[in-house]
Write a protein that binds this ligand. Sequence first.
Ligand code: NAD
Length: 499
Amino acid sequence: MQELTHYINGSHVKGQSGRFADIYNPATGEVQAKVPLASVAEMAMAVDVAADAQPGWAAVNPQRRARVLMKFVDLLNRDMDKLAEALSREHGKTFPDAKGDVQRGLEVVEYCIGAPQLLKGEFTDGAGPGIDIYSMRQALGVSAGITPFNFPAMIPMWMFAPAIACGNAFILKPSERDPSVPLMLAELFEEAGLPKGILQVVNGDKEAVDAILDHPTIQSIGFVGSTPIAEYIYGRGCSNGKRVQCFGGAKNHMIVMPDADMDQAADALVGAGYGAAGERCMAISVAVPVGDETADKLIEKLVPRIEKLKVGPYTAGDDVDYGPVVTSAAKEKILGLVQSGVDQGAELVVDGRGFSLQGYEDGFFVGPHLFDKVTPDMDIYKQEIFGPVLSTVRAQSYDEALKLAMDHEMGNGTAIFTRDGDTARDFASRVNVGMIGINVPIPVPLAYHTFGGWKKSAFGDLNQHGPDAFKFYTRTKTVTSRWPSGLKEGGEFHFKAMD
Ligand code: NAD
């Protein structure tokens, strides 16, 4: 059985705590490796290494730091297939999806190559006689990140690339379900020239997370995962005086207006609802057709498309639409919620409950499900299912559809499909959700914009990547200076001229 390690001070380090978690191959259900779960002492060791290494890295000028990031991008491209294969093997997502996971992380690294420009401060020349004011952005010191299982390459890179570009050292605590790619990323970054100790990976569970939350040297914490854990980390991290940003769960609605192109809307819903087995925080999990006629047309278009979906292991080739979910516990949770939908009176139009794949009977595959006539009081509407289950809630008007999206406690993403510019504009301007798609089902902003939800989908002031990341990973210092010669000459002249 393969035993994974931590990555501390430039070396693979065996776990010392004696505690391990199993890593499954979700396609076969077999345990393929075990990952060590760090103790408080192991985390403290990594923090000490980071604190020693960080001042040297912060002293490297931003352009030289950016060159290390450039080289890292080259290495990510060189090893793209290797990374995607390791990712699919632990996560279960298809090979093209796994490459997309690496690619969307890589794009943030590319953005961070602009660090010399993004870190420039501000300057006021002659704020008074001989007085100048300037502000600069300085690294925080040691930052940490806690990441979810569903994007094991992208989300770690969204955190550590800007943190490191700004001159911080970074400790990553990846998901214990698929930690191999994060370990590979740390090795690659060092191959690109990153000094030892600037990016370390400490594997673990709640004990390692609590050690991060309570360690006095750690200045900032980024978290992405489920909402209950996001709330916990935000509360404890803030009360310990750290800068914290936490991104939580989602329940993304897609409103389909009567004038929408129904084929386009159905294709979009199938991709956004079932891609990656629904294990995306930007997945669409609720379709809201406006009017019964729209709903009937939409369901008629959706059913054959959903029934055609090919579910299988990533090794079965590129025509597989989605793979298994991550663990048997995730599968049980999804099927339990499907049963609750049936029990609470929703209409199960496509029933994936009996799904089984020959040769992979022990894998964590879940067939696609489509519900119609879901109402807001049902558990399948209130809770994040994080599986291949799409719920249809019929609204009788645009206002009712808008109100549904607005009243839900989650506010990560939402979309509207319509040909009417007025309606689209009104929706984008009024809905209380962080990322909006207009005829775009998964509106994930590109690297140079920022990513983040509203309501219970995010806690903290700043978004991920884009310009916000450079604010999150730096502190502003403002200097007011006066030089005496300015008082004697330019200063006096300046005052005279003013009189
Ligand atoms: P999770 O909350 O179970 O785990 C996330 C991280 O928290 C992991 O590193 C895990 O080890 C740690 N953790 C788990 N339980 C903990 C506890 N009790 N105390 C301290 N730390 C703990 O999430 P997941 O299942 O890995 O990921 C799926 C969730 O992430 C979904 O809710 C999804 O919507 C969300 N997500 C959100 C975004 C976003 O940007 N908003 C992006 C991706 C995923």
